[in-house]
Ligand binder design. Structure first.
Ligand code: ADP
Length: 221
């Protein structure tokens, strides 16, 4: 992002003069109070809304092009799982929409469900699962197309503390297995940001301005 700004049609300045660079394989956490522009930045990176000033490039191209090539995946706090579809059908949905043959879909679905520790649950329905397990399914679905960029918007915000810690460690394991996947992660929880990330992006209450970018090397045990 080079001097990126976003002014919504109603005149709200959501982001201004944001400069940010994330490298391949980095894990960046974004922290800042509500309304500081975190979601707006994610939506611009994902190609869901255009910036109104500055330059933005994602994976060497425009956000919309990167999204078209299925290189970007999203995980939100709310589960957007289909309640009537078995887990295998939920996680393979992105491939189904793309017309990937069934055999390949199932193989990929089993791969990602195993990644999140749910390989014995392929035929289960989402409503039979706990909140933490539903989040694992959402992560599995995001990973199925092997994205180069994973955007996570407060994914663990609704989970209890113990489940959250378990999922943090699982996510770190998955990320460390894939040396090239870049993760951008929004959280209100400063401890979570420091624990997970290679770099924390701190945003101030002033309209969307990224005031400081602090490099924090986390010593992994
Ligand atoms: P955060 O994710 O940090 O809570 P947002 O990016 O959602 O922040 O919002 C940044 C600012 O932009 C806020 O003032 C918010 O009210 C405003 N905003 C967000 N989306 C829209 C929209 N679609 N139209 C107008 N203003 C918006």
């Amino acid at each position: 992002m080079d001097q990126v700004g976003k002014v919504y049609p109603n005149g709200t300045i959501a982001v201004q003069q944001a400069n940010l660079q994330a490298g391949e394989g980095e894990f960046l956490c974004f922290v800042g109070p509500s309304g500081c522009g975190k979601s707006t930045i994610f939506n611009m990176i994902a190609g869901l809304t255009d910036q109104t000033s500055g330059e933005l490039s994602v994976l060497g191209t425009t956000p919309k092009e990167a999204r078209k090539q299925n290189e970007i995946a999203f995980v939100f706090q709310e589960h957007t799982l289909l309640p009537w579809a078995k887990l295998i059908d939920n996680v393979t949905m992105p491939l189904t929409l793309r017309g990937v043959p069934k055999k390949q879909r199932i193989a990929e679905g089993e791969r990602v469900l195993e990644l999140v520790g749910l390989k014995d649950y392929t035929k289960v329905l989402p409503r039979q699962l706990s909140g933490g397990m539903k989040m694992r399914v959402s992560i599995a679905r995001a990973l199925i197309a092997r994205p180069k960029l994973l955007l996570m918007d407060e994914p663990f915000g609704a989970l209890d503390e113990i489940t959250r810690q378990t999922l943090q460690d699982e996510l770190l394991n998955i990320w460390q297995q894939d040396q090239k996947m870049t993760v951008l992660f929004i959280t209100h929880n400063v401890f979570e940001a420091v624990y997970l990330s290679t770099r924390v992006v701190v945003m101030t209450p002033r309209p969307g301005k990224i005031s400081e970018i602090i490099d924090i090397p986390i010593p992994f045990p």
